[in-house]
Write a protein that binds this ligand. Structure first.
Ligand SMILES: Cc1ncc(C[n+]2csc(CCOP(=O)(O)OP(=O)(O)O)c2C)c(N)n1
Length: 638
């Protein structure tokens, strides 16, 4: 277990920081950094973002009085120092472990976690809501949003800024600018921030003019007004588009976010400014740990690693390639064959495997920043002009793109292919990141095709087939690897809405979608040993359903089990039930059991263990079927 230094061990609450002088605070930052490296090397987690905000977090907690003053962490992946300072040092070794503390802010863990996050760019709007509530209720206390430059690429962040400038409530936004998203940050705003970083002249000049005005004796109102107008025009001369000020914020900075004393001073000033204020802090992602400073993208989120070298600890045994890698390669192959194919990611080229496309066809690859909503409508525009966009986004983040899918893509029947990675249980990232809802939020959208491969080869086949279908298509696949089947050089064409019967049986049938197909086959083979003849079908599509396959099975067996790694409410199994009720008379409908994700937010845990708990592994399916077959009055094993 990681050991903590002598200063850190004495911190029980943020108020303890106030008894420290600046040398001690500096030393504490060093201890925390060492502790973070050692501890995260064991548990895994978001290392580089946290190393970048150690001093900033200490300064915040030094100046503010949390939880009376509220700190809203954007994404929340950088809240480790906050967690440690706010009473969770003892639990920190359980970070992201089953039953342990979360990698994101959690109100159930501490009153200092005032808003829960995981998805980016919510902090400004949420903090503004808290500030306005404070004002309406006649309370006091600061509200502070801490947002990274990557998270500032999302429309949601600008909506928050826009509303804050309009409402004028007292609100502090800290822009933690390390010029990185997970990968290097992109976009025009990122370019603007770089210019601000490189040349803070305007801000110095603005202060000089303000000081001058204040110092002039008996300055008449009109003269002061003129000087301020000159100041107003100068800003256009020196730094065109002083965006934050124009949005109604007072802009402060840039400040070196690793210099605790300067950051404390800047925060003190920010507190004194009335109305919304944005403090621009410059930080280094991965600060103080050479491997992370060299490769902040690789150390954004890590598994366990050797703290001496930064090398990841290899997991045991050879593994099949991850779905993400299979997708990335298939995407490049598609792009080789069809020059209309273009790829879009929302700030996650590595995470989605689209980095392969970026290398091979840089002009046909687009990183739009953390802007899932924009990515979807951008793809619709591309498709409307004859391109074949592939939009690769994790299931949980595509929730942001729902309206674009309905309004811009499906309603116009545009052939956009959504590659939905991390569909299903994701493990250590937890409730905010589970890919639980995509089947449900896509299945009811007219014109959408929703497919899920049961192995890697089928993912490739579905992708190539989707090009020929010429319709809006979503293909969902899980985090991690598939069963490891070989991938043929020549992809096979899969007709829309066609599942496949993999195993005959007349005692019961399992109709599985995607990842659980493999476990279903294993369970059926095991059941055979007890003379239970269980059919297994790979549905391949949640929409359109293979009606013939479903109805045939329903007519043959008294018991039908559906499996999916998605929410049961509104999911694949619901679709099967709808079909059975629409097409069969009640007495012909077999007993149906739907297995999937429950109507609950599933916390962080081990991916396989959680599948087992939910009955979505071989043992769980076996247990369920044995129970159901035993109960079934209409069937006795012969
Ligand atoms: C809506 C959404 N899309 C994607 C992500 C994945 N993600 C997590 S952190 C991150 C980068 C954030 O960059 P920044 O805000 O600059 O913080 P940094 O990690 O650089 O400190 C991304 C893309 C997310 N959490 N939420």
């Amino acid at each position: 277990m990681a050991e903590c230094g002598s200063l850190l061990s004495k911190i029980t609450c943020p108020q303890d920081l106030r008894n420290m002088d600046s040398a001690q605070l500096k030393h504490l930052a060093k201890e925390i950094r060492r502790y973070l490296i050692d501890s995260v090397s064991e548990t895994g987690g978001h290392l580089a973002p946290n190393l970048g905000v150690v001093e900033l977090t200490l300064a915040l907690h030094y100046v503010l009085d949390s939880p009376r003053d509220r700190i809203v962490w954007d994404v929340g992946h950088q809240s480790y120092t906050h967690k440690i300072i706010c009473g969770r040092l003892g639990d920190f070794c359980t970070l992201r472990q089953p039953g342990g503390i979360s990698g994101f802010p959690k109100m159930s863990e501490s009153p200092h976690d005032v808003f829960e996050t995981g998805h980016s760019s919510t902090s400004i709007a949420a903090a503004l809501g808290m500030a306005v509530a404070r004002d309406i209720r006649g309370e006091d206390g600061e509200v502070v949003a801490v947002i990274g430059d990557g998270s500032l690429t999302a429309g949601l962040a600008y909506e928050g800024l826009n509303n804050a400038g309009h409402l004028g409530s007292k609100l502090i936004v800290i822009l933690n600018d390390n010029s990185m998203s997970i990968s290097p940050n992109v976009g025009a705003m990122s370019g603007y921030l770089s210019r601000l970083r490189a040349d803070p002249t305007y801000n110095r000049l603005k202060e000089d003019v303000n000081n001058l005005i204040d110092r002039l004796p008996n300055l008449g109102k009109s003269v002061a007004g003129s000087v301020r107008r000159v100041k107003g025009s100068l800003k256009y001369l020196l730094l065109p588009g002083m965006i934050f000020e124009e949005l109604g914020f007072t802009y402060l900075g840039p400040v070196d976010g690793h210099d605790i004393s300067s950051t404390i001073d800047a925060l003190d000033r920010a507190r004194r400014v009335p109305g919304p204020v944005l403090l621009h802090a410059i930080t280094v992602k991965g600060k103080g740990y050479a491997p992370a400073e060299r490769r902040p993208d690789k150390f954004h989120g890590v598994g366990s690693f050797d703290p001496e070298t930064g090398d990841g600890k290899a997991s045991a045994g050879p593994k099949a390639p991850a779905y993400t890698d299979v997708f990335g390669q298939a995407l490049v192959d598609m792009a080789e064959r069809d020059e209309r194919v273009v790829a879009i990611t929302a700030a996650m080229p590595d995470g989605t495997g689209t980095d392969k496309m970026a290398q091979r066809f840089p002009k046909r690859f687009f990183d739009v920043g953390i802007a899932e909503q924009g990515a979807v409508t951008f793809a619709a525009g591309l498709a409307a002009r004859g391109m074949r966009p592939v939009v690769a986004i994790y299931s949980t983040f595509l929730q942001r793109g729902y309206d674009g899918i309905v309004h811009d893509v499906a309603n116009q029947e545009l052939p956009v292919l959504f590659a939905i990675d991390r569909a299903g249980i994701v493990g250590a990232d937890g409730d905010t990141h589970q890919g639980a809802f995509d089947i449900a939020y896509l299945r009811h959208v007219p014109n959408m095709i929703v497919a899920a491969p049961s192995d890697e080869a089928q993912l490739v086949d579905l992708m190539h087939s989707a090009l020929a279908w010429n319709l809006p298509v979503a293909i969902r696949y899980p985090r991690g690897s598939g069963p490891g089947v070989p991938i043929e050089e020549q992809p096979k064409h899969i007709p829309v809405g066609k599942g496949v019967l993999l195993r005959e049986g007349d005692h019961a049938a399992i109709l599985a979608l995607g990842h659980p197909v493999d476990a279903a086959l294993q369970a059926a083979a095991e059941l055979e040993k007890d003379d239970h003849r269980v059919a297994v079908a790979d549905a391949r599509f949640a929409k359109p359903l293979d009606e013939d396959l479903v109805l045939d099975l329903a007519k043959k067996v008294p018991l039908l089990v559906t499996l999916e790694e998605g929410s049961v409410q509104g999911g694949f199994g619901s679709g099967v039930l709808e079909l059975l009720h629409a097409r069969l008379s009640p007495e012909d409908i077999p007993e149906v059991s739907i297995v999937g994700l429950p109507d609950a937010f599933i916390p962080h845990g081990d991916q396989d263990a959680q599948r087992a708990e939910l009955g979505l592994d071989r043992a769980g399916i076996l247990r369920l079927l044995r129970g159901l077959l035993k109960e079934s009055s209409s069937y006795s094993a012969d």
